[in-house]
Design a protein around this ligand. Sequence first.
Ligand SMILES: Nc1ncnc2c1ncn2[C@@H]1O[C@H](COP(=O)(O)OP(=O)(O)OP(=O)(O)O)[C@@H](O)[C@H]1O
Length: 142
Amino acid sequence: MLNDEQNRALINGPAGIGKSTVISAIVRSLKSLGKAVQLTCSTGIACHVYDSGLEHQDVLKRVKCTETLIIDKCSMISSRTFSSLCEIMSLKNNDYLFGGVQLILCGDFLQLPPVKDILYNDDGSFCFENELFDQLLPHRIQ
Ligand SMILES: Nc1ncnc2c1ncn2[C@@H]1O[C@H](COP(=O)(O)OP(=O)(O)OP(=O)(O)O)[C@@H](O)[C@H]1O
């Protein structure tokens, strides 16, 4: 389990290796410790950020109470969406990237890539191509 000094992690591996199983175990463990965990995936994030139908206040409340944010299928999170998420999470605490929440990304960058979206000026580049990614996670994707 991650401690306070291991505040962020990338769980990366090929299809069927057991990433989602590990995530489920992490969620169970963190919840048993009383942590406020939000688990979502790339399609879920699209729903929450753009067209979830939730009242803004509901999203804001959820952002502010989140202690750990887990994003599964992160290969489909574009660089632009990653920046947007970072901005949204800064509503919790503007002093830290992603509002200072514990961030756990999970996925396989050799599976589905982000979807390009001209309407949102999204060129479909990967989240790991975003400079914020380097600041948040020291991992290198080649
Ligand atoms: N330690 C393990 N021992 C045996 N089976 C496992 C183990 N971990 C996971 N599995 C099984 O392997 C299968 C794939 O696991 P899981 O869905 O977690 O993989 P994944 O890496 O998330 O896959 P994908 O990238 O395709 O979403 C599941 O049926 C799961 O129950």
